[in-house]
Design a protein around this ligand. Sequence first.
Ligand code: GLA
Length: 587
Amino acid sequence: MPALTTTSDGFLLDGEPFRIVSGAMHYFRVHPAQWTDRLRKARLMGLNTIETYVPWNLHQPDPDGPVVLDGLLDLPRYLRLAHAEGLHVLLRPGPFICAEWDGGGLPSWLTADPDIRLRSSDTRFTDAFDRYLDRLLPALLPHMAASGGPVIAVQVENEYGAYGNDTAYLKHLELALSSRGVEELLFTCDQADPAHLAAGALPGTLATATFGSRVAPSLARLREHRPEGPLMCAEFWIGWFDHWGEPHHVRDTADAAADLDALLAAGASVNIYMFHGGTNFAFTNGANHDHAYSPIVTSYDYDAPLTESGDPGPKYHAFREVIARHAPVPDKPAPAPAPKLPHTEVEFGRRAPLLPYAHALSESVRSDLPATMDELGLRAGYALYRTTVPEAGDGLLCFPGGVGDRAQVFLDGAPVGVLERERHEETLPVRVPRAGAVLDVLVENMGGVNYGARIGAPKGLLGPVDLNGTVLHGWDCHPLPLDDLSAVPFTPSASTTDSVPAFHHGTFGVTVPADTFLALPGWTKGQAWVNGFHLGRYWNRGPQRTLYVPSPVLRPGSNDLVLLELQATTGRRALLTDTPDLGPVVP
Ligand code: GLA
């Protein structure tokens, strides 16, 4: 029998009445040296449980390789730390996790095959997930409650009713978990809508709902769907995420606290989404694609109780008070904000332009027509495509298949324009300076769609490119995952103001490492690394204006900052500040 069981209106844990007061915190969005701190702060807010997704795409980068379980992906360690902190765990292993995460957590080696029906009982999909579970679960089973560990419940799929109605698929997943030794309570979660619940729930398995407001009607819908059993909001949205080019989302603290109070007063269990959002480090952010492609920013602060840098914000204190009305809260002072690095300026002394040195970073693949990033075996990052143009003169450069997701075009090294999937751009007027001019197209994967029908949409150059109707042939395609910058041929240079894509290297001194926020006034768009740790994307389009630098990536003494600036910069320096700037809020 599982440790967590259900009654006609609630839960029992080891036979005793139990209410889940949980908060979401994705280990893969928080530096591992900070996990203990964040878990402790969860307990101090009054949470008895922590919830996390498990991102298949990162844990199994290679379909034939082992699962990756170290560093930021050391889920067994995260579970041990949660247990040591006295927290229970809700585990949500997918396969699909949504979560504003690259591809919704589905590996690109899987989504690259357009024939596979994702999130269905297509055996090519379920077999791949089963093979992953075969490798993942042995590492997790010791952390299940049945073995004395913290995991008390495991979610099957994620809001499946918003996507499909293949009940056989959900049944397969349920059996895939239980037949591999998962004895804990299984549950599904769906938006609080009758049609979603009908399509996404499984008879005989706990159904939960996701919502952020309208507490009474949402719980009523869940009760209509399930006349008996615990009421649980598996994602109580207390904030929201941001897209590039849109305002920053915040939710009023009093409003969120009142809804939390109503939820708990109704006797429901809750998982606050998010308790601590963290960061989409490196190339891990997802994207939405409804009418237009719209990528998610680097910060996943979510306006959550614990800010991106792990400090208690207004919701932390308000939620703690609300929880204390309904459940025990530790009789300890609320945590104080962590110290921040003093204001620091970083000068850049070395530089390396990208286009002439792409060959130093990766071997190119020669192909007649441009290969997509999937065809290049590239999961994330950039690809540089190079060919020559036979004739000089004015013309229209066409990308009829589109670009995935943002292409910068150069002729003989000079920038001639940008095309964005977001803006449905597919043509560019150009002046070719000479016959035989070199055409470079640098394409950025801005993040894989994580919700809806377009998951797995290809990246890179998506089909032939033509100039005035004549298709260009003979391309060198350079995959640029940028996961190792050791080969970047930096040379001393005082100038940062060229308008070509270039790496810039600077150093700064630190006495005592502490959290800080990287501000890049005058810089346009690119990537940032501190001491080799990939902080993620920056873009002056906003709303996000600073990047979080977790203190564990800093060291006493000299530290390195590397930027890949794609466009132009008027900035000669970068700033490390003590205050995040996530941009102007939604009016
Ligand atoms: C849904 C999904 C989550 C997340 C939220 C929005 O509820 O299940 O993974 O995408 O929306 O943040």
